[in-house]
Design a binder for this molecule. Sequence first.
Ligand SMILES: Cc1cc2nc3c(=O)[nH]c(=O)nc-3n(C[C@H](O)[C@H](O)[C@H](O)COP(=O)(O)OP(=O)(O)OC[C@H]3O[C@@H](n4cnc5c(N)ncnc54)[C@H](O)[C@@H]3O)c2cc1C
Ligand SMILES: NC(=O)c1ccc[n+]([C@@H]2O[C@H](COP(=O)([O-])OP(=O)(O)OC[C@H]3O[C@@H](n4cnc5c(N)ncnc54)[C@H](O)[C@@H]3O)[C@@H](O)[C@H]2O)c1
Length: 496
Amino acid sequence: MPRCRAARAERYRRRMRDPMKVLVVGGGPAGMSAALHACELGAQVTLLEADQVGGTSLNRGPAPVRTLARAARLARDWGSWTRFGLEGAPPVPNLAALQGNAARVARYAHERKHLAEHLRASGIDLVEGTGVVRFADDHAIQADDGHVWTADRVIIAVGGRAAALPVPGGELASTYDDLLTLKALPEHAVIIGGADTGCQIASILGDFGIRVTVFEATPALLASADPDVSAGMRSAFEARGLTIHTGTLVERLEKHASRITVTYRGPNGSDRVIGDAVFAAIGWPANIETLGLERAGVAAGRGGLVVDEYLRTNVEHIFAAGDVTGHYKLVQTARSEGRIAGRNAVLGPVQRADYEIIPTGSFTDPEYGQVGLTEPAAALNGEVVSAVARYDDLVRPVVDGRPDGFCKLLVDRSHRSVVGAHVLGEYSAEIVQVAAAMMAAGMTIEQIAGLSYAFPTVTEAIGMAAQNICRQLDLGGFPQVWSELDVSQEKTARLP
Ligand SMILES: Cc1cc2nc3c(=O)[nH]c(=O)nc-3n(C[C@H](O)[C@H](O)[C@H](O)COP(=O)(O)OP(=O)(O)OC[C@H]3O[C@@H](n4cnc5c(N)ncnc54)[C@H](O)[C@@H]3O)c2cc1C
Ligand SMILES: NC(=O)c1ccc[n+]([C@@H]2O[C@H](COP(=O)([O-])OP(=O)(O)OC[C@H]3O[C@@H](n4cnc5c(N)ncnc54)[C@H](O)[C@@H]3O)[C@@H](O)[C@H]2O)c1
C-alpha cells in the first residue's frame, strides 16, 4: 500500500479506537449536515436541538411558507381561466385549511422521512427538546436543566430569527411565522422590508386578493438582486395592484381598536397608512445572544459568529456553520457549510468553504432566481457582455399563459464564460440551476449556445440569451430572434 494511504488508514483505525467527540448545537440543515459528516468520518457525535430537528427550513420557513405560496398561485391562476376557455367561480381561501396544509408539509419530513430516526440510525446521539443550550466553557455545553455535554470539538449551527422592528410600537408587527397561525386574512396588510421574505409575504397575500402595501428602506425592492430583476419585480407587483414605497423608513406603529397605524418617512416626507396586519421582514440576526459565547471566548461580529475560511471561530476547536455565520442565509449554503465544518472538525482544516456558484430561487409571483454576480458587480471584475431572452419570445411561457419574464446572462468577454444568470418569471429557480451547472462545468458561451434544449421549455431562454451573446461576440452562426429584428411595433415596455 502506498505510504500516504497507509498513514490515512492508520489515522482512520486510531479514530475508530478512540473516536473524537463532536458536539453539534442546532439541528437545522447546517447542524444535521455537520453531524452526519462528522459521524461518517468516525467521530462520536451528539446533536443538541432546542426544539425539533429540521430547523427553520423544514419546520417554519421555506417548506410551510412555500406551501402557502403554492396555494396563492393556484388562486392567482383562476385569473387566466377565461383565456384558456375555462369557466367557474373564483376560489375562496379557507384560512384554516390553508394553514393545515402548510403544517402537513412541515410535518412531512418528520412523519414520512423520519428525520430523527434517520439521524439516530446513522449513529448520531440526537437530543431534541433541550431548550436553548449555552457554553459552560470552551469544551462544554449546558442546558437549563443543568445537563452538561462535553466534547473535543464543537460546531455551532443555531441559525437566526426574524429581527424585531426597532421603532415605537414595533411589538405590534407580526413575522412570516405568524402567517401560519393568523386567525383571519387581513383586508389591508402592511409589509415592512422588501427583500426575500418581505416580497414572499407580499406576494402570497396579494395573490389571495388582499390589499398590500410594502415599505422598503433602500431605493429598490430586492436590493441585492440584479437591477433588472429588482425593477421587474416592482413593475410586476405594481401591475397587480400592490403599493410599493422604497427609500422609506417606518417610524412608529400604533394600535387603534383592531387596526394598526403605520407612520413612515419617505422621499416626500412623513405620512401614515392604516393596516389590519403589519408584518416585519427587516433582517435575520444570528441566534447568538444566549449562547454564553464569553464563557468559551468565541468572538462575534455584526453578522454573526466570525469564522475563517475553514469555518473555525477564533477558538480553534469551535466551528460554526449556516445562518449563524451570517454569510449566505440559504439552505444550500447551510448544508455545504455544515458538511465542511463537520469534515474540518474531525480531520483538521482540510477544506475551505467555497461560495462561487450558489444558485438561489424564490417562490414569489413572479418568481426570481440568481446565480453568480449581478451586472454591476460583474462589471467591477472585467468587461462583461450581457443579453436578455424574453419569455414572450419562447413558446412554453405563452402556452402556460405566463409570458412576462426574462433570463439575463452575463459573460466575461475575455474568457467567454458565464459569470451570472438572473431570471424573473416562472420556473426561474430551475433555470438558474441549469445555468449554475453550466458555470460549474466551465462551459463557454458558444457551447451553451450550441446545446440542444428540450422543446417547449422555459430553459430554452438560456440558449436564446447565449446565442445573442455569441452574436455580440461575433462568434457567428446564430440567427436573431423576432424581437431583435424589430418587425413589430409592439414592445413590452416592462421588460429590460
Ligand atoms: C420565510 C422564509 C423562507 C425561506 N426560503 C428559503 C428558500 O426558499 N431557500 C433557501 O435556501 N432558504 C430559504 N430561507 C432561509 C433558510 O430557511 C435558512 O437559511 C436555513 O434554514 C438555515 O439553516 P441553519 O441550519 O443555519 O439554521 P436553522 O434552519 O434556523 O436551524 C437552527 C436550529 O438551531 C436550533 N437552535 C437555535 N438556538 C439553539 C440553542 N441555543 N440550542 C440548541 N438549539 C438551538 C433551532 O431550534 C433550529 O432548529 C427562508 C427563510 C425564511 C424565514
Ligand atoms: N430564497 C428565498 O426564497 C428566501 C426567502 C426568504 C428568506 N431568505 C433568506 O433569508 C435571509 C433573510 O431575508 P429577509 O428578507 O428576512 O431579510 P434581509 O436582511 O435580506 O432584508 C431585510 C430588508 O428589510 C429592509 N429594512 C430593514 N429595516 C427596515 C425598516 N425599518 N423599514 C423598511 N425596510 C427596512 C432592508 O433594507 C432589507 O431590504 C436572507 O439572507 C435571504 O436570502 C431567502
